[in-house]
Write a protein of this length. Structure first.
Length: 228
């Protein structure tokens, strides 16, 4: 699971990017103006930032410069309609890692995203295991005793988050932040319903659930034990 911030004031485009990337199992947060974007970037953790150049308030180049000056190291992909070489130089010199001109094909966007996320400092562990359950980020599959478990996109991300923090209790708020993104309006009941659905798919008969509900605290995942 990689969290991506999309800073774009064209709502149609930002919505299309969000829908496309979420289908590829990324967690996407959208911000539509420069000043809010800088605040969100400085206060939250993302694996990648897609940053429009022309924004209301603070422009993307200024955001990029301020973020780098603050010590921020998250990869930044500039999105812009500017196509001149001088514009590309300005974008990259501001601290951006890559540059994509509008209009662009979503498949090209995906390729740029994957390339930036493959950089050593941003690549998370690709194969996660808990008991007889294996989650593989490379081919987006979940196996239980070599049997494929089919999960919906948010169920997959929820399972990944739990497995990356195996044995650690995550609060409902933590899960909302990691699975649906910062500042989302998701209610705790949504987390509970996703946990319930995930349990039905990954738990085995005659064993305790792998996802443990720690009362008044949150959830954690651990290898299941046989019921006595």
């Amino acid at each position: 699971m990689s969290r991506i911030l999309v800073v774009e004031d064209e709502h149609g485009l930002s919505g299309a990017i969000k829908e496309w990337l979420e289908e590829e199992l990324y967690v996407v947060t959208i911000v539509s103006n420069g000043e809010d974007a800088l605040e969100v970037i400085l206060e939250n953790s993302f694996e990648l930032i897609l940053l429009d150049w022309m924004l209301p308030g603070l422009d993307g180049i200024s955001i990029c410069k301020r973020y780098r000056e603050s010590g921020g190291k998250t990869p930044i992909l500039i999105l812009t309609a500017k196509t001149t070489m001088s514009a590309k130089e300005e974008g990259l010199d501001s601290g951006a890692d890559d540059y994509l001109t509008k209009p662009f094909n979503m498949r090209e966007l995906s390729a740029r995203v994957r390339a930036l996320l493959r950089r050593p400092q941003t690549v998370p562990r690709a194969v996660l295991e808990c008991g007889d359950l294996t989650l593989n980020m490379n081919n987006r599959t979940v196996l239980k005793k070599d049997q494929v478990i089919k999960l919906l996109p948010k169920e997959f991300i929820l399972l990944e988050v739990l497995m990356r923090h195996q044995g650690i209790v995550l609060s409902t708020e933590d899960l909302i932040d990691h699975v649906w993104g910062p500042h989302s309006q998701v209610a705790p009941d949504t987390v509970r319903s996703h946990v319930k659905a995930l349990r039905r798919k990954i738990d085995s008969p005659n064993t305790s659930s792998m996802i443990v509900n720690v009362h008044a605290v949150g959830y954690k995942i651990e290898a299941a034990s046989n019921n006595v």
